[in-house]
Design a protein around this ligand. Structure first.
Ligand code: DGT
Ligand code: CA
Ligand code: CA
Ligand code: ZN
Length: 575
Protein backbone atom coordinates (compact mmCIF):
# COMPACT_ATOMS: atom_id res chain seq x y z
CA UNK A 1 0.00 0.00 0.00
CA UNK A 2 1.51 3.32 -1.07
CA UNK A 3 1.18 6.50 1.00
CA UNK A 4 -0.64 8.10 -1.91
CA UNK A 5 -3.40 5.51 -1.77
CA UNK A 6 -3.80 6.02 1.96
CA UNK A 7 -4.01 9.78 1.44
CA UNK A 8 -6.68 9.21 -1.21
CA UNK A 9 -8.82 7.15 1.17
CA UNK A 10 -8.40 9.67 4.00
CA UNK A 11 -9.23 12.57 1.75
CA UNK A 12 -12.41 10.95 0.43
CA UNK A 13 -13.40 10.03 3.96
CA UNK A 14 -12.97 13.61 5.17
CA UNK A 15 -14.91 14.95 2.18
CA UNK A 16 -17.78 12.56 2.72
CA UNK A 17 -17.82 13.30 6.45
CA UNK A 18 -18.27 16.93 5.55
CA UNK A 19 -21.28 16.14 3.38
CA UNK A 20 -22.62 14.03 6.22
CA UNK A 21 -22.21 17.04 8.51
CA UNK A 22 -20.04 15.18 10.97
CA UNK A 23 -17.96 16.62 13.76
CA UNK A 24 -15.52 19.26 12.44
CA UNK A 25 -12.87 18.23 14.93
CA UNK A 26 -12.82 14.66 13.60
CA UNK A 27 -12.73 15.85 10.00
CA UNK A 28 -9.77 18.03 10.86
CA UNK A 29 -7.88 15.06 12.28
CA UNK A 30 -8.09 13.39 8.85
CA UNK A 31 -6.91 16.51 7.07
CA UNK A 32 -4.02 16.99 9.47
CA UNK A 33 -3.01 13.36 9.02
CA UNK A 34 -3.03 13.85 5.24
CA UNK A 35 -0.69 16.82 5.56
CA UNK A 36 1.61 14.86 7.81
CA UNK A 37 1.71 11.92 5.40
CA UNK A 38 2.41 14.21 2.46
CA UNK A 39 5.52 15.42 4.22
CA UNK A 40 6.81 11.92 4.93
CA UNK A 41 9.67 10.57 2.91
CA UNK A 42 9.09 6.98 4.05
CA UNK A 43 6.31 4.53 3.30
CA UNK A 44 3.81 4.18 6.12
CA UNK A 45 3.69 0.46 5.51
CA UNK A 46 7.44 0.22 6.17
CA UNK A 47 7.12 2.08 9.45
CA UNK A 48 4.21 -0.18 10.39
CA UNK A 49 6.17 -3.35 9.77
CA UNK A 50 9.13 -2.12 11.81
CA UNK A 51 8.67 -3.47 15.33
CA UNK A 52 10.92 -0.76 16.77
CA UNK A 53 8.76 2.10 15.56
CA UNK A 54 5.30 3.51 16.10
CA UNK A 55 3.06 5.41 13.70
CA UNK A 56 1.99 7.65 16.55
CA UNK A 57 5.53 9.07 16.66
CA UNK A 58 4.65 10.95 13.48
CA UNK A 59 3.27 14.39 14.38
CA UNK A 60 -0.50 14.71 13.78
CA UNK A 61 -0.98 10.92 13.74
CA UNK A 62 -2.85 9.95 16.89
CA UNK A 63 -4.02 6.54 18.04
CA UNK A 64 -7.18 6.66 15.92
CA UNK A 65 -5.42 7.57 12.69
CA UNK A 66 -2.70 5.00 13.35
CA UNK A 67 -5.37 2.32 13.68
CA UNK A 68 -6.96 3.47 10.41
CA UNK A 69 -3.61 3.26 8.63
CA UNK A 70 -3.12 -0.22 10.07
CA UNK A 71 -6.53 -1.28 8.80
CA UNK A 72 -5.86 0.07 5.30
CA UNK A 73 -2.46 -1.62 5.06
CA UNK A 74 -3.90 -4.91 6.27
CA UNK A 75 -7.19 -5.08 4.36
CA UNK A 76 -6.69 -2.60 1.55
CA UNK A 77 -9.69 -0.57 2.70
CA UNK A 78 -11.14 1.44 5.55
CA UNK A 79 -14.53 0.53 7.00
CA UNK A 80 -15.50 4.13 7.87
CA UNK A 81 -14.73 5.08 4.29
CA UNK A 82 -16.70 2.15 2.88
CA UNK A 83 -19.68 2.96 5.04
CA UNK A 84 -19.73 6.61 3.95
CA UNK A 85 -19.30 5.66 0.31
CA UNK A 86 -22.30 3.38 0.45
CA UNK A 87 -24.40 6.24 1.79
CA UNK A 88 -23.94 8.56 -1.22
CA UNK A 89 -23.82 8.07 -4.97
CA UNK A 90 -20.34 8.28 -6.53
CA UNK A 91 -21.07 11.75 -7.89
CA UNK A 92 -20.86 13.12 -4.33
CA UNK A 93 -17.08 13.56 -4.48
CA UNK A 94 -17.33 15.35 -7.81
CA UNK A 95 -19.95 17.74 -6.48
CA UNK A 96 -17.55 18.89 -3.79
CA UNK A 97 -15.32 20.24 -6.56
CA UNK A 98 -18.11 22.46 -7.87
CA UNK A 99 -17.57 26.02 -6.70
CA UNK A 100 -20.54 27.49 -4.94
CA UNK A 101 -21.89 24.13 -3.83
CA UNK A 102 -19.54 22.93 -1.11
CA UNK A 103 -20.33 20.18 1.40
CA UNK A 104 -23.46 21.87 2.77
CA UNK A 105 -24.91 22.50 -0.67
CA UNK A 106 -24.12 18.95 -1.71
CA UNK A 107 -25.86 17.55 1.37
CA UNK A 108 -28.84 19.77 0.61
CA UNK A 109 -29.04 18.44 -2.94
CA UNK A 110 -29.12 14.87 -1.76
CA UNK A 111 -31.83 15.72 0.73
CA UNK A 112 -34.15 17.28 -1.83
CA UNK A 113 -33.40 15.60 -5.14
CA UNK A 114 -32.31 12.31 -6.58
CA UNK A 115 -29.00 13.25 -8.15
CA UNK A 116 -26.79 10.61 -9.73
CA UNK A 117 -24.65 12.67 -12.05
CA UNK A 118 -23.29 16.13 -12.75
CA UNK A 119 -25.77 16.39 -15.61
CA UNK A 120 -28.63 15.92 -13.14
CA UNK A 121 -27.46 18.94 -11.17
CA UNK A 122 -26.94 20.93 -14.35
CA UNK A 123 -30.53 20.22 -15.41
CA UNK A 124 -31.92 21.20 -12.04
CA UNK A 125 -30.01 24.48 -12.19
CA UNK A 126 -31.14 25.16 -15.77
CA UNK A 127 -34.74 24.62 -14.74
CA UNK A 128 -34.28 27.03 -11.84
CA UNK A 129 -34.94 24.40 -9.24
CA UNK A 130 -31.90 25.01 -7.08
CA UNK A 131 -32.59 28.64 -6.23
CA UNK A 132 -35.39 27.81 -3.79
CA UNK A 133 -33.24 25.63 -1.59
CA UNK A 134 -32.31 27.22 1.74
CA UNK A 135 -29.40 29.72 1.44
CA UNK A 136 -29.24 29.25 -2.33
CA UNK A 137 -30.80 31.91 -4.58
CA UNK A 138 -30.57 32.75 -8.26
CA UNK A 139 -27.04 34.16 -8.22
CA UNK A 140 -25.57 31.08 -6.63
CA UNK A 141 -27.53 28.89 -9.02
CA UNK A 142 -25.88 30.67 -11.95
CA UNK A 143 -22.49 30.32 -10.35
CA UNK A 144 -23.00 26.59 -9.90
CA UNK A 145 -23.96 26.22 -13.56
CA UNK A 146 -20.84 28.05 -14.60
CA UNK A 147 -18.58 26.00 -12.42
CA UNK A 148 -20.10 22.74 -13.66
CA UNK A 149 -19.19 23.85 -17.18
CA UNK A 150 -15.67 24.70 -16.08
CA UNK A 151 -15.39 21.37 -14.30
CA UNK A 152 -16.40 19.48 -17.42
CA UNK A 153 -13.87 21.38 -19.49
CA UNK A 154 -11.09 20.54 -17.07
CA UNK A 155 -12.15 16.94 -16.35
CA UNK A 156 -9.58 14.46 -17.53
CA UNK A 157 -6.78 16.99 -17.75
CA UNK A 158 -3.69 17.00 -15.53
CA UNK A 159 -1.53 19.64 -13.90
CA UNK A 160 1.82 20.09 -15.58
CA UNK A 161 3.93 18.81 -12.68
CA UNK A 162 2.01 15.54 -12.54
CA UNK A 163 2.26 15.04 -16.30
CA UNK A 164 5.90 16.13 -16.34
CA UNK A 165 6.84 13.72 -13.55
CA UNK A 166 5.17 10.75 -15.22
CA UNK A 167 6.64 11.62 -18.62
CA UNK A 168 10.13 11.79 -17.14
CA UNK A 169 9.71 8.36 -15.52
CA UNK A 170 8.44 6.87 -18.75
CA UNK A 171 11.16 8.44 -20.85
CA UNK A 172 13.81 7.01 -18.59
CA UNK A 173 12.11 3.62 -18.66
CA UNK A 174 11.73 3.54 -22.44
CA UNK A 175 15.32 4.62 -22.95
CA UNK A 176 16.36 1.33 -21.32
CA UNK A 177 14.70 -0.71 -24.05
CA UNK A 178 17.27 -2.35 -26.30
CA UNK A 179 18.45 -0.25 -29.22
CA UNK A 180 16.43 2.84 -28.32
CA UNK A 181 18.35 5.97 -29.26
CA UNK A 182 16.08 8.86 -28.34
CA UNK A 183 12.90 9.39 -26.35
CA UNK A 184 11.29 12.83 -26.42
CA UNK A 185 8.11 14.37 -25.06
CA UNK A 186 6.00 16.16 -27.65
CA UNK A 187 2.48 17.62 -27.49
CA UNK A 188 1.24 20.10 -24.93
CA UNK A 189 3.86 19.07 -22.36
CA UNK A 190 6.70 20.10 -24.68
CA UNK A 191 4.93 23.38 -25.36
CA UNK A 192 4.76 24.00 -21.61
CA UNK A 193 0.98 24.24 -21.46
CA UNK A 194 -0.63 24.81 -18.07
CA UNK A 195 -2.59 21.55 -18.21
CA UNK A 196 -2.04 18.36 -20.11
CA UNK A 197 -4.67 16.15 -21.76
CA UNK A 198 -2.46 13.23 -22.66
CA UNK A 199 1.25 12.50 -22.96
CA UNK A 200 2.85 12.15 -26.38
CA UNK A 201 6.21 10.39 -26.45
CA UNK A 202 8.34 9.83 -29.52
CA UNK A 203 10.88 7.04 -29.70
CA UNK A 204 13.50 6.24 -32.27
CA UNK A 205 15.94 3.32 -32.54
CA UNK A 206 15.38 -0.29 -31.58
CA UNK A 207 12.74 -2.58 -32.96
CA UNK A 208 9.16 -1.37 -32.75
CA UNK A 209 7.93 -4.67 -31.41
CA UNK A 210 10.53 -4.72 -28.64
CA UNK A 211 9.81 -1.14 -27.64
CA UNK A 212 6.09 -1.82 -27.55
CA UNK A 213 6.56 -4.98 -25.45
CA UNK A 214 8.83 -3.08 -23.09
CA UNK A 215 6.26 -0.30 -22.70
CA UNK A 216 3.53 -2.75 -21.77
CA UNK A 217 5.70 -3.98 -18.90
CA UNK A 218 5.96 -0.50 -17.35
CA UNK A 219 4.59 -1.06 -13.84
CA UNK A 220 2.24 1.93 -14.02
CA UNK A 221 0.44 0.77 -17.15
CA UNK A 222 -3.18 0.02 -16.24
CA UNK A 223 -4.64 -0.79 -19.65
CA UNK A 224 -3.79 -0.85 -23.34
CA UNK A 225 -6.03 1.39 -25.39
CA UNK A 226 -4.63 0.76 -28.85
CA UNK A 227 -1.64 -1.07 -30.23
CA UNK A 228 -0.71 -0.47 -33.85
CA UNK A 229 2.47 -0.88 -35.81
CA UNK A 230 3.89 2.59 -35.09
CA UNK A 231 1.87 3.69 -32.12
CA UNK A 232 0.87 2.26 -28.79
CA UNK A 233 -1.59 4.05 -26.49
CA UNK A 234 -1.89 3.06 -22.88
CA UNK A 235 -3.61 4.37 -19.81
CA UNK A 236 -1.52 4.69 -16.65
CA UNK A 237 -2.76 3.88 -13.16
CA UNK A 238 -2.85 7.63 -12.54
CA UNK A 239 -5.55 7.81 -15.23
CA UNK A 240 -3.58 9.70 -17.84
CA UNK A 241 -3.31 8.39 -21.40
CA UNK A 242 0.08 8.07 -23.12
CA UNK A 243 0.59 7.88 -26.87
CA UNK A 244 3.98 6.40 -27.70
CA UNK A 245 5.06 6.62 -31.31
CA UNK A 246 7.96 4.65 -32.74
CA UNK A 247 9.68 6.50 -35.57
CA UNK A 248 12.39 6.13 -38.16
CA UNK A 249 15.39 8.43 -37.57
CA UNK A 250 15.11 10.08 -40.99
CA UNK A 251 11.67 11.48 -40.16
CA UNK A 252 12.21 12.07 -36.44
CA UNK A 253 12.40 15.87 -36.79
CA UNK A 254 9.28 16.07 -38.93
CA UNK A 255 7.42 13.87 -36.46
CA UNK A 256 8.65 15.99 -33.52
CA UNK A 257 7.38 19.05 -35.30
CA UNK A 258 4.05 17.45 -36.16
CA UNK A 259 3.32 15.90 -32.77
CA UNK A 260 4.47 18.89 -30.77
CA UNK A 261 1.75 20.96 -32.33
CA UNK A 262 -0.15 22.96 -31.58
CA UNK A 263 -2.74 22.03 -34.12
CA UNK A 264 -3.22 25.69 -34.99
CA UNK A 265 0.51 26.18 -35.48
CA UNK A 266 0.71 23.08 -37.69
CA UNK A 267 -2.18 24.21 -39.86
CA UNK A 268 -0.56 27.60 -40.43
CA UNK A 269 2.82 26.00 -41.11
CA UNK A 270 1.32 23.56 -43.64
CA UNK A 271 -0.32 26.51 -45.43
CA UNK A 272 3.00 28.25 -45.67
CA UNK A 273 4.64 25.07 -47.00
CA UNK A 274 1.93 24.75 -49.64
CA UNK A 275 2.41 28.33 -50.78
CA UNK A 276 6.11 27.60 -51.18
CA UNK A 277 5.43 24.48 -53.26
CA UNK A 278 5.96 21.94 -50.49
CA UNK A 279 3.92 19.37 -48.67
CA UNK A 280 4.53 19.06 -44.91
CA UNK A 281 3.60 15.92 -42.99
CA UNK A 282 4.77 13.91 -40.03
CA UNK A 283 7.14 12.12 -42.46
CA UNK A 284 8.92 15.16 -43.75
CA UNK A 285 8.84 18.18 -46.00
CA UNK A 286 8.41 17.18 -49.66
CA UNK A 287 8.66 19.22 -52.86
CA UNK A 288 5.33 18.92 -54.64
CA UNK A 289 6.78 19.03 -58.18
CA UNK A 290 8.88 15.88 -57.84
CA UNK A 291 7.96 14.49 -54.41
CA UNK A 292 11.57 14.87 -53.28
CA UNK A 293 12.11 15.00 -49.53
CA UNK A 294 13.87 18.23 -48.58
CA UNK A 295 13.82 18.02 -44.76
CA UNK A 296 12.77 15.75 -41.91
CA UNK A 297 15.67 14.51 -39.82
CA UNK A 298 15.60 17.49 -37.45
CA UNK A 299 13.05 20.15 -36.62
CA UNK A 300 15.59 22.91 -37.30
CA UNK A 301 15.93 21.57 -40.84
CA UNK A 302 12.16 21.73 -41.38
CA UNK A 303 11.84 25.35 -40.21
CA UNK A 304 14.93 26.37 -42.14
CA UNK A 305 13.60 24.90 -45.39
CA UNK A 306 10.49 27.00 -44.88
CA UNK A 307 12.62 30.16 -44.56
CA UNK A 308 11.87 30.48 -40.88
CA UNK A 309 14.16 30.83 -37.92
CA UNK A 310 13.73 28.02 -35.41
CA UNK A 311 10.54 28.44 -33.40
CA UNK A 312 10.75 27.27 -29.79
CA UNK A 313 7.95 24.83 -28.81
CA UNK A 314 6.46 27.23 -26.24
CA UNK A 315 5.72 29.73 -29.00
CA UNK A 316 3.91 27.34 -31.31
CA UNK A 317 0.35 28.49 -30.76
CA UNK A 318 -0.21 30.42 -33.98
CA UNK A 319 -0.24 33.74 -32.20
CA UNK A 320 2.17 35.55 -34.48
CA UNK A 321 5.24 33.33 -34.15
CA UNK A 322 5.35 32.32 -37.83
CA UNK A 323 5.36 35.91 -39.09
CA UNK A 324 7.95 36.83 -36.48
CA UNK A 325 10.13 33.87 -37.50
CA UNK A 326 9.84 34.85 -41.17
CA UNK A 327 10.93 38.38 -40.31
CA UNK A 328 13.74 37.20 -38.04
CA UNK A 329 12.01 38.93 -35.14
CA UNK A 330 11.45 36.12 -32.67
CA UNK A 331 12.35 36.93 -29.06
CA UNK A 332 15.47 35.37 -27.55
CA UNK A 333 13.50 33.52 -24.91
CA UNK A 334 14.38 33.58 -21.26
CA UNK A 335 16.17 30.46 -19.98
CA UNK A 336 15.97 28.95 -16.54
CA UNK A 337 19.71 29.58 -15.98
CA UNK A 338 19.00 33.31 -16.36
CA UNK A 339 17.05 33.36 -13.10
CA UNK A 340 19.13 34.47 -10.10
CA UNK A 341 16.59 34.90 -7.35
CA UNK A 342 13.23 33.72 -6.05
CA UNK A 343 11.02 36.38 -4.50
CA UNK A 344 8.08 34.50 -3.02
CA UNK A 345 8.28 31.75 -0.40
CA UNK A 346 6.95 30.77 3.00
CA UNK A 347 8.49 29.30 6.14
CA UNK A 348 7.34 27.57 9.31
CA UNK A 349 6.50 31.02 10.69
CA UNK A 350 3.27 30.77 8.66
CA UNK A 351 2.15 27.91 6.41
CA UNK A 352 5.54 26.78 5.09
CA UNK A 353 7.23 23.58 6.20
CA UNK A 354 10.89 24.61 6.37
CA UNK A 355 12.96 27.25 8.17
CA UNK A 356 14.45 30.42 6.71
CA UNK A 357 17.89 28.85 6.63
CA UNK A 358 16.65 25.63 5.04
CA UNK A 359 14.92 27.55 2.28
CA UNK A 360 18.01 29.68 1.68
CA UNK A 361 20.42 26.77 1.61
CA UNK A 362 18.21 24.83 -0.77
CA UNK A 363 17.97 27.87 -3.05
CA UNK A 364 21.72 28.30 -2.96
CA UNK A 365 22.16 24.66 -3.91
CA UNK A 366 19.96 25.33 -6.90
CA UNK A 367 22.43 28.05 -7.97
CA UNK A 368 20.28 30.99 -6.98
CA UNK A 369 22.00 34.09 -5.58
CA UNK A 370 19.16 35.48 -3.50
CA UNK A 371 15.67 34.84 -2.18
CA UNK A 372 13.02 36.80 -0.37
CA UNK A 373 11.19 35.30 2.58
CA UNK A 374 7.58 36.40 2.14
CA UNK A 375 5.42 34.90 4.84
CA UNK A 376 1.73 35.67 5.12
CA UNK A 377 0.28 38.65 6.98
CA UNK A 378 -2.23 38.57 9.83
CA UNK A 379 -5.45 38.59 7.77
CA UNK A 380 -4.66 35.07 6.66
CA UNK A 381 -5.31 33.63 10.08
CA UNK A 382 -5.78 30.15 8.63
CA UNK A 383 -2.15 30.20 7.55
CA UNK A 384 -0.98 31.66 10.88
CA UNK A 385 -0.36 35.02 9.21
CA UNK A 386 1.94 37.43 11.05
CA UNK A 387 1.16 40.75 12.69
CA UNK A 388 3.55 43.70 12.73
CA UNK A 389 5.35 42.55 15.84
CA UNK A 390 6.07 39.12 14.43
CA UNK A 391 7.22 40.60 11.12
CA UNK A 392 9.73 42.82 12.93
CA UNK A 393 11.04 39.83 14.87
CA UNK A 394 11.33 37.83 11.67
CA UNK A 395 13.41 40.52 10.00
CA UNK A 396 16.02 39.97 12.72
CA UNK A 397 15.94 36.24 12.16
CA UNK A 398 16.36 36.71 8.43
CA UNK A 399 19.45 38.88 8.96
CA UNK A 400 20.85 36.27 11.29
CA UNK A 401 20.26 33.44 8.82
CA UNK A 402 21.83 35.49 6.06
CA UNK A 403 24.97 36.07 8.09
CA UNK A 404 25.48 32.31 8.22
CA UNK A 405 25.68 32.03 4.45
CA UNK A 406 28.50 32.90 2.09
CA UNK A 407 27.67 35.05 -0.93
CA UNK A 408 23.93 34.68 -0.65
CA UNK A 409 21.31 37.31 0.08
CA UNK A 410 18.06 36.79 1.93
CA UNK A 411 15.72 39.70 1.49
CA UNK A 412 13.25 40.36 4.25
CA UNK A 413 9.84 40.42 2.66
CA UNK A 414 6.17 39.74 3.19
CA UNK A 415 3.26 38.48 1.20
CA UNK A 416 0.85 41.02 2.51
CA UNK A 417 -2.89 40.67 1.99
CA UNK A 418 -4.80 43.30 0.06
CA UNK A 419 -7.99 44.14 1.94
CA UNK A 420 -11.35 44.69 0.31
CA UNK A 421 -10.74 48.45 0.27
CA UNK A 422 -7.21 48.17 -1.10
CA UNK A 423 -5.50 48.74 2.23
CA UNK A 424 -2.49 46.53 2.88
CA UNK A 425 -2.68 44.24 5.89
CA UNK A 426 0.44 45.63 7.64
CA UNK A 427 1.34 49.12 8.87
CA UNK A 428 3.44 51.24 6.54
CA UNK A 429 5.99 51.72 9.31
CA UNK A 430 6.70 48.01 9.17
CA UNK A 431 6.45 47.70 5.40
CA UNK A 432 9.07 50.43 5.17
CA UNK A 433 11.57 48.22 6.95
CA UNK A 434 11.24 45.35 4.49
CA UNK A 435 13.45 44.86 1.43
CA UNK A 436 10.59 43.71 -0.76
CA UNK A 437 6.82 43.77 -0.41
CA UNK A 438 4.81 41.22 -2.34
CA UNK A 439 1.07 41.81 -2.15
CA UNK A 440 -1.84 39.61 -3.07
CA UNK A 441 -5.56 39.03 -2.83
CA UNK A 442 -6.58 35.94 -0.84
CA UNK A 443 -10.10 36.84 0.25
CA UNK A 444 -13.38 38.28 -1.04
CA UNK A 445 -12.56 37.33 -4.58
CA UNK A 446 -16.08 37.33 -5.94
CA UNK A 447 -16.63 41.06 -5.96
CA UNK A 448 -17.38 42.71 -9.31
CA UNK A 449 -14.66 43.41 -11.86
CA UNK A 450 -14.97 47.17 -11.23
CA UNK A 451 -14.63 46.67 -7.51
CA UNK A 452 -11.61 44.43 -7.97
CA UNK A 453 -9.98 46.97 -10.29
CA UNK A 454 -10.53 49.72 -7.71
CA UNK A 455 -9.23 47.47 -4.98
CA UNK A 456 -5.97 46.81 -6.84
CA UNK A 457 -5.56 50.44 -7.91
CA UNK A 458 -6.01 51.51 -4.29
CA UNK A 459 -3.40 48.96 -3.20
CA UNK A 460 -0.97 50.36 -5.77
CA UNK A 461 -1.21 53.73 -4.02
CA UNK A 462 0.71 52.23 -1.14
CA UNK A 463 4.29 53.32 -1.85
CA UNK A 464 5.85 50.15 -0.43
CA UNK A 465 4.16 47.61 -2.68
CA UNK A 466 6.73 46.16 -5.11
CA UNK A 467 5.24 43.03 -6.65
CA UNK A 468 1.65 41.95 -7.28
CA UNK A 469 1.57 38.20 -6.62
CA UNK A 470 -0.60 35.67 -8.49
CA UNK A 471 -2.49 38.66 -9.93
CA UNK A 472 -5.62 36.93 -11.25
CA UNK A 473 -6.20 34.44 -8.44
CA UNK A 474 -6.99 31.61 -10.81
CA UNK A 475 -6.28 27.98 -9.95
CA UNK A 476 -5.47 25.77 -12.90
CA UNK A 477 -8.37 23.36 -13.63
CA UNK A 478 -10.13 24.49 -10.45
CA UNK A 479 -10.94 28.19 -10.25
CA UNK A 480 -11.41 30.88 -12.84
CA UNK A 481 -9.47 34.11 -12.65
CA UNK A 482 -11.32 36.86 -10.88
CA UNK A 483 -12.35 39.63 -13.22
CA UNK A 484 -10.66 43.03 -13.32
CA UNK A 485 -9.52 45.54 -15.90
CA UNK A 486 -6.06 44.20 -16.63
CA UNK A 487 -5.22 47.01 -19.07
CA UNK A 488 -5.86 49.58 -16.36
CA UNK A 489 -3.85 47.69 -13.77
CA UNK A 490 -0.97 47.15 -16.15
CA UNK A 491 -0.88 50.83 -17.13
CA UNK A 492 -0.80 51.83 -13.48
CA UNK A 493 1.87 49.24 -12.69
CA UNK A 494 3.98 50.67 -15.47
CA UNK A 495 3.54 54.24 -14.22
CA UNK A 496 4.45 53.35 -10.66
CA UNK A 497 7.09 50.71 -11.45
CA UNK A 498 5.29 47.80 -9.83
CA UNK A 499 6.28 44.35 -11.07
CA UNK A 500 3.86 41.53 -11.88
CA UNK A 501 4.49 38.02 -10.66
CA UNK A 502 4.54 34.87 -12.69
CA UNK A 503 3.71 32.39 -9.95
CA UNK A 504 5.36 29.05 -10.78
CA UNK A 505 3.25 26.85 -8.53
CA UNK A 506 1.73 24.27 -10.92
CA UNK A 507 -1.83 24.89 -9.81
CA UNK A 508 -1.48 28.68 -10.07
CA UNK A 509 0.70 29.57 -13.07
CA UNK A 510 -0.52 33.12 -12.68
CA UNK A 511 -0.07 35.36 -14.69
CA UNK A 512 -0.65 33.20 -17.72
CA UNK A 513 0.85 33.61 -21.19
CA UNK A 514 -1.52 36.13 -22.80
CA UNK A 515 -1.40 38.35 -19.70
CA UNK A 516 2.38 38.09 -19.57
CA UNK A 517 2.60 39.15 -23.16
CA UNK A 518 0.37 42.12 -22.46
CA UNK A 519 2.67 43.20 -19.61
CA UNK A 520 5.69 42.97 -21.86
CA UNK A 521 3.99 44.97 -24.59
CA UNK A 522 3.08 47.66 -22.09
CA UNK A 523 6.57 47.81 -20.62
CA UNK A 524 5.75 46.24 -17.26
CA UNK A 525 8.45 44.07 -15.72
CA UNK A 526 7.84 40.59 -14.42
CA UNK A 527 9.22 38.49 -11.58
CA UNK A 528 9.12 34.70 -11.73
CA UNK A 529 8.72 33.18 -8.28
CA UNK A 530 7.92 29.76 -6.86
CA UNK A 531 5.64 30.55 -3.90
CA UNK A 532 7.40 27.61 -2.22
CA UNK A 533 6.02 26.22 1.01
CA UNK A 534 8.77 23.61 1.20
CA UNK A 535 12.32 23.32 -0.17
CA UNK A 536 11.07 20.73 -2.65
CA UNK A 537 8.82 23.35 -4.26
CA UNK A 538 11.81 25.39 -5.41
CA UNK A 539 12.00 23.06 -8.41
CA UNK A 540 8.68 24.45 -9.65
CA UNK A 541 10.61 27.39 -11.03
CA UNK A 542 10.85 25.56 -14.34
CA UNK A 543 7.07 25.73 -14.81
CA UNK A 544 7.07 29.48 -14.25
CA UNK A 545 9.89 29.80 -16.76
CA UNK A 546 7.89 27.76 -19.28
CA UNK A 547 4.89 30.05 -18.77
CA UNK A 548 7.12 33.11 -19.16
CA UNK A 549 8.52 31.68 -22.39
CA UNK A 550 4.98 31.09 -23.61
CA UNK A 551 4.48 34.79 -22.89
CA UNK A 552 7.45 35.62 -25.19
CA UNK A 553 9.62 36.93 -22.36
CA UNK A 554 13.30 37.62 -22.73
CA UNK A 555 15.87 37.90 -20.00
CA UNK A 556 15.58 41.67 -19.84
CA UNK A 557 11.82 41.52 -19.17
CA UNK A 558 12.35 39.63 -15.93
CA UNK A 559 13.70 41.46 -12.89
CA UNK A 560 15.00 38.42 -11.03
CA UNK A 561 17.52 37.78 -13.78
CA UNK A 562 19.41 40.71 -12.25
CA UNK A 563 22.07 40.34 -9.55
CA UNK A 564 20.74 41.03 -6.05
CA UNK A 565 21.88 44.67 -5.76
CA UNK A 566 20.58 45.57 -9.20
CA UNK A 567 17.33 43.81 -8.48
CA UNK A 568 16.85 45.98 -5.41
CA UNK A 569 17.49 49.08 -7.49
CA UNK A 570 15.11 47.91 -10.19
CA UNK A 571 12.11 47.44 -7.90
CA UNK A 572 12.31 50.97 -6.46
CA UNK A 573 8.96 52.66 -6.84
CA UNK A 574 8.65 55.52 -9.29
CA UNK A 575 5.60 57.00 -7.61
P1 DGT B 1 -3.49 17.90 -25.00
O1 DGT B 1 -3.05 16.48 -25.16
O2 DGT B 1 -4.95 18.08 -25.08
O3 DGT B 1 -2.93 18.54 -23.79
O4 DGT B 1 -2.89 18.74 -26.23
P2 DGT B 1 -1.87 18.30 -27.37
O5 DGT B 1 -1.46 19.52 -28.08
O6 DGT B 1 -0.79 17.45 -26.81
O7 DGT B 1 -2.79 17.49 -28.37
P3 DGT B 1 -2.80 15.97 -28.85
O8 DGT B 1 -2.23 15.05 -27.84
O9 DGT B 1 -4.19 15.69 -29.30
O10 DGT B 1 -1.90 15.96 -30.14
C1 DGT B 1 -0.51 16.16 -30.08
C2 DGT B 1 -0.08 16.98 -31.25
O11 DGT B 1 -0.28 16.25 -32.46
C3 DGT B 1 -0.89 18.23 -31.44
O12 DGT B 1 -0.42 19.29 -30.65
C4 DGT B 1 -0.70 18.50 -32.89
C5 DGT B 1 -0.64 17.13 -33.49
N1 DGT B 1 -1.95 16.77 -34.04
C6 DGT B 1 -2.83 15.90 -33.53
N2 DGT B 1 -3.91 15.82 -34.30
C7 DGT B 1 -3.72 16.68 -35.31
C8 DGT B 1 -4.47 17.07 -36.45
O13 DGT B 1 -5.58 16.59 -36.69
N3 DGT B 1 -3.93 18.00 -37.29
C9 DGT B 1 -2.71 18.54 -37.05
N4 DGT B 1 -2.22 19.46 -37.88
N5 DGT B 1 -1.99 18.22 -36.00
C10 DGT B 1 -2.47 17.29 -35.14
CA1 CA C 1 -1.13 15.45 -25.76
CA1 CA D 1 -2.05 12.59 -27.87
ZN1 ZN E 1 1.92 32.90 -1.35
Amino acid sequence: MENKEIIQIFSETADLMEIAGQDAFRIRSYRNAIQAIENLTERLEDILSDAERKLTDIPSIGKGMAAHIGEICQSGQLSVHQELRSRYPPVALKLLQIQGLGPKGTALLFQHFRVQSLEDVEQLARKGKLRDLPRMGEKLEQKILKSIEAYKRSAGRYLIDVADGLAAELREYLAQSRGVKKVTSAGSLRRGCESIGDLDLLVTGGSRKQTADHLLKFPKVAEVIASGENKVSVKLKEGIQVDVRMLAPESYGAAMQYFTGSKAHNVALRDRAKRMGYKLSEYGLFRISDDRKVAGRTEEEVYQALDLSYIEPELRENTGEIDAAAAGKLPRLLRQEDIRGDLHMHTTATDGRCSILEMAQAAQQRNLEYIAITDHSQALAMANGMNEKRVLAQIKEIRKAESRLEGFRIFAGTEVDIHRDGRLDLDNEVLAQLDVVVASVHSLMNISAEQMTDRLLAAFENPYLNILAHPTGRLVLRREAFGFDLEKIVAEARRRNIAMEVNSFPDRLDLRENHIRLCKQRGVKLVISTDSHHTKHLSHLKYGVLMARRGWLEKRDVLNTLPAAKFQQAIKRRC
